[in-house]
Design a binder for this molecule. Structure first.
Ligand code: NG1
Ligand code: ZN
Length: 555
């Protein structure tokens, strides 16, 4: 298409999606998020951006409409790059400018300037492809249409609408498609269930004979995860997952007192679970099924939470055991956490002899660091994480597997090589995935014949509390040192330090959320009361420094 025609097509379509006055967004921890009714122009523009990214990378790009753990009326949009991970951070400033441009003319001008600067083959016969999906939010369908319009404004790029998917499914499909591998939803389910079966078949005999006696019930957060998990369950041998949503079929509201974020932050059972569930092994997904936490309900109705840190610890322990069985390769195994990781988990991982790195919040940061290892395990405390295997390590493992199959078939060493291979195919290599995380947890618990209670005893969490503070401008807080030190406003960090000093094992930090309009406060101390009180006094300082006299809410 000629440049003039391309310009007028963009202008015409951009005019159909005016930006609501005063709307200011930033690409944040996981894309753009806001009330769904405000996002049409943003999603249209992100559609354009995804199409340009496809032209630039000459590969398929993913576009997901979701606001994950946020309330049902919110929505959001994020882009998956060709390897299946989050969009390169280099393009985030352009995404911000585009989303905040105040007129169709400035949208078009920004696009043409960017195309020139990035040397994007735009209007030169180059073709591209954007794969779209959404979660179950009411605004999802309309927003997906806006994204399609954005994609259609870029000549040569087509959109492929995959309808309702979990976030990790879409990321997995983008990655596979670009690697020339099978990439349908059925392929996704088959890969997970096949590798799960291989791992179950490789189980030591003692473990097979004494199956763990708890039933697994999963809180689907009233979202896409529950429905998809039911489909996956049909293909599983040796595990029966029951999905539970709150209320009658289809009645429970997405993320409303249910889901991984609620359970992890509030440390209470999701709606629909009660003391009659004491015998069950329970897990919670979040709204787009990229997070998972486990818990079991106590007779008092409280829960004992097994968070992302403990999932990470279980995985690290198991992988290390398998690597110990496997001679011949100095494997670089490392773990990546954020400041939200419970201090006790970091101590445990270090005692296991592992290298522990810290990054800012958001899987885009953790993923990047984890990919520097042969095997890199990353998890946020909220249950968002995965295990990455480097291409080089997998090449070595492939050779070793076939050597061991011919020289030491049936030995523990040979089985360890097969197990690691199966784990690399079970665990989503594109992004954190509640389903692959759940299946690996189930395998390991079965191998070890551990109940959730026994797993929880790996180490004792330090009591912690999270609160959020509403402020006038969350961007007034600037942090450094993996978000553990406030540099602006001046004096706030000193105030936090003076509170921490009052508590045994006290630790606290604050940061602006990238997905909600709040400042998050985290505190840890030797007792729950102390952690609660430290969190509250730090929140009071935040309120004072950023002064709007607004309310502080729990979680
Ligand atoms: P923000 O709102 O930036 O804290 C939250 C989670 C992140 C990540 C993103 C994406 C906490 C404290 N933060 O980000 O870890 O999962 O959402 O969903 O849980
Ligand atoms: Zn999520």
């Amino acid at each position: 298409m000629e440049q003039g025609n391309q310009r007028s097509l963009l202008l015409r379509l951009a005019s159909l999606f005016p930006c609501p006055p005063g709307l200011r967004l930033s690409y944040g921890t996981a894309g753009f998020r806001a009330n769904g009714s405000l996002l049409k122009s943003t999603v249209f523009r992100v559609g354009v951006l995804a199409a340009l990214r496809s032209l630039k990378t000459r590969a398929a790009i993913g576009l997901m409409i979701t606001a994950s753990h946020n309330p049902a009326l919110d929505n959001g949009v994020k882009i998956a790059d060709p390897h299946g991970g989050m969009m390169t951070q280099e393009w985030e400033p352009f995404a911000d400018e585009l989303a905040n441009a105040d007129s169709p003319d400035s949208v078009v001008q920004l696009i043409f300037d960017f195309v020139k600067k990035q040397d994007i083959p735009f209007g030169q016969g180059q073709t591209g492809e954007v794969i779209l999906a959404r979660d179950t939010r009411p605004s999802g369908e309309t927003l997906l249409e806006a994204a399609k319009q954005g994609i259609s404004a870029v000549a040569g790029v087509v959109s492929i609408d995959l309808g309702v998917l979990t976030t990790p499914q879409l990321h997995w499909m983008v990655r596979n498609k670009n690697k020339g591998l099978k990439a349908t939803e059925f392929d996704y389910f088959s890969q997970l269930s096949d590798s799960f079966r291989i791992l179950m078949d490789l189980m030591p005999e003692e473990a097979v004979d004494s199956a763990v006696d708890e039933k697994l019930v999963v809180d689907g957060s009233n979202g896409v995860g529950g429905e998809k998990l039911k489909e996956l369950n049909k293909l599983l041998c040796g595990l029966d997952i029951q999905v539970r949503n709150s209320g009658k079929e289809g009645e429970g509201l997405l993320n409303e007192r249910v889901g991984a974020d609620f359970v992890q932050k509030e440390k209470v059972a999701p709606l629909g679970f009660s003391p009659i569930d004491v015998e069950l092994r329970c897990a919670s997904l979040d709204g787009d099924a990229d997070r998972i936490v486990y818990f079991h309900v106590l007779p008092t109705g409280h829960i004992s939470l097994v968070d992302g840190d403990k999932i990470l610890s279980l995985f690290a322990l198991f992988i290390k055991e398998q690597l110990n069985l496997l001679a011949g390769h100095p494997v670089k195994l490392g773990v990546v956490q954020t400041a939200y990781a419970n201090g006790a988990s970091t101590d445990y991982l270090k005692k296991l002899g592992l290298e522990v790195l810290f990054t800012k919040t958001g899987v885009k940061y953790l993923h990047e660091r984890a990919s520097e290892y042969d095997i890199g395990i990353y998890f946020e405390a909220n249950g968002h994480g995965t295990i990455l295997f480097s291409e080089e390590f997998l090449r070595w493992l492939e050779v070793r597997r076939s050597e061991l199959a011919s020289t030491k078939a049936g030995s523990e060493e040979q089985k360890a090589s097969e197990r690691l291979w199966a784990i690399s195919s079970l665990v989503n290599q594109a992004t954190g995935d509640a389903f692959s995380g759940l299946l690996l947890v189930e395998v390991i618990l079965q191998y070890k014949r551990w109940s959730v209670k026994r797993w929880n005893e790996l180490y004792e969490d330090l009591p912690s509390r999270q609160v959020k503070v509403k402020v006038k401008d969350r961007n007034a807080v600037v942090t450094e040192n993996a978000e553990t030190t406030v540099v602006t406003p001046k004096g706030l960090q000193e105030a936090i330090n003076s509170e921490i000093a009052k508590y045994t094992q006290g630790r606290s930090f604050v940061r602006p959320s990238g997905t909600e309009d709040v400042i998050r406060v985290y505190a840890e101390a030797s007792t729950q009361d102390a952690a609660d009180s430290l969190a509250q006094s730090v929140a009071n300082h935040v309120d004072f420094f950023l002064g709007c006299g607004c309310t502080t809410s729990k979680h």
